[in-house]
Design a protein around this ligand. Sequence first.
Ligand code: HEC
Ligand code: HEC
Length: 487
Amino acid sequence: MRLTIPFRLGSGRRVLAGVLATLAIQTSMVGCDRAPTETLAITKSEVGRVPASAQRPGDPQQGYDALINRAIVTCGLPYDAYRRRTGPQSPNLDLQFPGRTGRNAELPYMLTAHVAESGIELVTSNCLGCHAATFDGELIMGLGNEFLDLTVDPLIAVEGAGAFVAEGPEATEWRRWADRIRAISDYMMTDTIGVNSANNLTLALMAHRDPETLAWSDEPLIEPPPEKPLPVSVPPWWNVGKKRAMFYNAEGRGDQVRYMMLASTVCTDSVDEAAAIDAWFVHVRAYLASLEPPSYPYPIDPDLANEGYRVFQANCKKCHGTYGEDPFYPNKLVALDKVKTDPLLARKGFKEADRFLHWFQRSFYGELSQAAPALGYIAPPLDGVWATAPYLHNGSIPTIAALLQSESRPTYWEFDREGDARPAYDRNQLGWAYRVLPHGKAGATSRNERYRIYDTTSSGYGNQGHTFGDDLRTDERLALIEYLKTL
Ligand code: HEC
Ligand code: HEC
């Protein structure tokens, strides 16, 4: 069943105050036992410099320990069923973060053990399935996973695992998890391997919860987002300490902790539970803010990089800042009509998300944080940018070389790899090896082929804009690429 939007937006009055424009809205609640009309403030952001906001202090070391050992998702597959399915040895244990203790040391890095209130031990997912990845075989904390396959219905794996679950309390725990995934699975499936649907998933979770109590409802309480997610590339965590706003459209303002918890609230069903997570998540944020980018692992030509530095200072610095000895990051939110990259993510977040902004501001999460979207994208810090291909908020451009020369960007492309293997890293273009294709998804002959194709003619997948490298000479571009390896 679909509900209509329970807010009447007609009487909105825009008040411009400094950098932020506050939209005071008369809301009319439908099907709710609270007072029928109340005033709520939602905030939208202006482009330009992002103002700083204070963050609660935390201890990075404790944060690291919590990130790799504590569960934020509190429902999942019973551990015994997991073991019946995998056998005594988990796959991929050669890739592990140091410091995982107890049961976690025997689980792949993207899974965490958790004992539920029922006493049943569970295996649950954590942040690192999306926010850690390998580079040339080495596991890197905070590197976005750009190879995740979210094209498959997650219910297939959940139901498959169900065959290993015993009757009784194990089945009850599994059922709770399966029911949640069923409610949100339609909003998680992308049509391209590698792009991420965390944004849409978060909105779907909001739709199923009462903002004040956080109680779960099997039926949505506000209109859910459209089912088809817009493609999003996972940003690296090592920029968190520099950025004054989280997310591509800079909507994560104020306290960062509560907003970054939100994507993993599949089973956070009460304010008490959310508050308990919040208490240790201040340390996780402090850890993320302390992360340093990895260093380029191959040789760099210092003279060429020096020339590239000059090209960068002349053409890129005003938006992306300076690096090295005297670093400065301007935190610049650039208007859509200036950066001209695919506008859909920012537009939808600004124009079609008021019900979610209301939800957020009424909830525990909005007590300290603001969801204040803008009609633009933040120019990200470029630390470790050589590692974060493909580029732009939607991952539409496979290499830095292609980003810096718009006519060379492929319209249809796929990673050049066999099966699920990682493609080779291209040290000249900075990015994963890719193949240019003569056709988009419409020309694909199998499901497999279809989901591997990045089709920039699809809505939200556009690779236009950011033409700031187009006027450079070939030698300047080469030097600039060499310089970017040093960041
Ligand atoms: C399903 C994949 C997924 C999971 C799981 C996930 N994230 Fe993210 N995360 C994303 C994506 C995609 C974005 C980019 C969203 C955007 O900017 O619109 C993001 C953005 C962020 C950012 C903002 C980075 C920036 O530069 O603006 C932070 C911080 C973050 N996530 C922290 C976390 C934490 C902490 C967890 C675990 C509690 C988590 N994420 C779980 C996919 C995920
Ligand atoms: C007018 C401001 C502006 C200028 C000038 C500018 N950029 Fe950007 N840049 C942006 C914005 C905004 C984005 C994010 C756009 C998006 O994701 O859609 C971006 C994104 C990028 C990215 C992609 C980062 C990622 O991880 O996806 C790279 C690389 C980059 N810029 C490099 C450069 C270089 C090199 C120059 C100089 C030739 C430059 N930019 C000039 C604003 C600017």
